[in-house]
Design a protein around this ligand. Structure first.
Ligand code: SF4
Ligand code: ZN
Length: 324
């Protein structure tokens, strides 16, 4: 390989969209600088904020926590991990997260779905068995919102990368689900007092660079794949993205800019705003009297405990509040 464009040491990575060959040290500066610029450009958080970083055990959220801790060493920061109760996989992920937070000296809050009376694996016995990732995403968003609130964090940061966001933008656009597009913005402002600001500091970072970052800087991340990930929506959207990017190294960046600057503002101005209610079961914001999370968990509990015939209103009692 050629020499690093910045320091003339031996280059270890080539970034085609930037025409840059970099050594590992200059790659780290490049990566950190982009995270810092993204946080500043979109005003993701400020000095006094408490930032809760959702860490799954994967490379993206691992790289995010490592980079945020390095770029903002004095920021009030806490890591949150949800143990989803997926056999063999979830405990493995939790171990990687514990190694990472120990090495960075970042406080970690682990929440186990088992303590709520169910696991993601339980949904295999339901009509959602062919949509495991969609139900898992719903559960993660709901529980994270509650945990982040209980931790008094003002900002919730997730490891969504450039490929995730652009892939989902394209599939969402082609499916016609325009409302969903606005959820892909780098910063989501709260619509209710129980919500916090949600930010995506890696929205401009290609997925491949998170893997390289973890490998170069010994960031622990999982080596097992989730058993429910086969044939998922995200895999399909990544294949579509690869096809469309062939021959254009800038395709991802160009699409992100187009959607953020042009398409999403038009969609947001045209779509009617549904009034936000409070879920009658859990009190979290919802566009229906009972939120999607409580509906799904209520149905699951009836299957899990048929003799008890758990009613929906009881679901909230099975959900412990999180203590720090
Ligand atoms: Fe959840 Fe799907 Fe990810 Fe598995 S692959 S952890 S089911 S979102
Ligand atoms: Zn609810």
């Amino acid at each position: 390989m050629s020499s690093c464009k910045r320091c003339l040491n031996r280059a270890e990575i080539y970034l085609p969209y930037a025409g840059l060959s970099l050594c590992s040290n200059c790659f780290k500066d490049f990566y950190w600088n982009r995270v810092k610029k993204t946080v500043e450009e979109f005003k993701m958080f400020k000095r006094g904020d408490r930032v809760a970083v959702a860490v799954s055990g994967g490379k993206d959220s691992g790289a995010l926590l490592h980079a945020l801790r390095s770029v903002y060493p004095n920021q009030d920061m806490v890591a949150v991990h949800l143990n989803l109760g997926i056999k063999k996989y979830s405990d493995h992920c939790q171990t990687r997260v514990e190694e990472l937070t120990d090495s960075l000296n970042v406080k970690l809050k682990v929440v186990k779905l088992e303590d709520y009376g169910y696991t993601i694996d339980d949904f295999q016995k339901t009509r959602f068995k062919s949509k495991m990732c969609s139900i898992c995403g719903l559960v993660k968003r709901h529980i994270l919102d509650r945990v982040v609130q209980d931790l008094s964090a003002t900002v919730q940061a997730t490891g969504h990368n450039l490929d995730d966001v652009v892939g989902t933008m394209l599939t969402t656009f082609f499916s016609g689900d325009l409302l969903q597009l606005s959820r892909l913005k780098p910063v989501l402002a709260p619509k209710h007092p129980s919500q916090n600001v949600k930010v995506k500091p890696l929205i401009k970072t290609p997925e491949f660079e998170n893997l390289i970052y973890c490998c170069f800087f010994d960031v622990p991340f999982r080596s097992l794949n989730c058993p429910h990930s086969r044939g998922t929506h995200s895999r399909r959207s990544k294949r579509l993205l690869e096809e469309l990017s062939k021959g254009n190294a800038h395709f991802r960046q160009q699409t992100l800019s187009l959607f953020l600057a042009r398409l999403i503002p038009i969609v947001e101005s045209k779509l009617p705003q549904k009034p936000l209610l409070e879920c009658q079961v859990c009190g979290m914001p919802s566009s229906n009297p009972v939120c999607a999370y409580c509906k799904r968990i209520g149905d699951l509990m009836v299957i899990k405990q048929p003799s008890r015939g758990l009613r929906r209103a009881e679901v909230s009692e099975t959900s412990p509040r999180i203590q720090q």
